[in-house]
Design a protein. Structure first.
Length: 101
């Protein structure tokens, strides 16, 4: 399962810029990667883990701005086609799970 966090936070005042920077910092510290400036993604191995991360993201939200969270299955995520410049590139495969013996 993949989580997408889309956000549009106000950055007019110094405090708003600081709050937006902290929101992005918290996303990165919790395993999200930046797909675009206001779009972050994270792979979760189960729906339960995704629910935990959704609650964490909700705790980062300040009083202003818009934040949306979308969950997608691995199959749905594999259908993404990205265009960077002229070339089209498929998204990387699901990360391999680390096994410790």
């Amino acid at each position: 399962m993949w989580l997408f966090v889309f956000f549009d936070l106000p950055v007019k005042t110094r405090n708003e810029r600081r709050a937006a920077a902290n929101f992005r910092k918290n996303l990165l510290q919790n395993g999200f990667t930046m797909m675009q400036f206001s779009v972050y993604t994270r792979h979760c191995v189960s729906k339960e883990i995704a629910d935990v991360h959704i609650k964490r993201v909700k705790s980062f939200i300040t009083g202003k701005g818009k934040v949306s969270i979308l969950s997608a299955t691995d199959k749905q995520y594999s259908n993404i086609v990205n265009f960077w410049g002229i070339d089209s590139t498929l998204m990387p495969r699901v990360p391999r799970q680390l096994e410790l013996f």
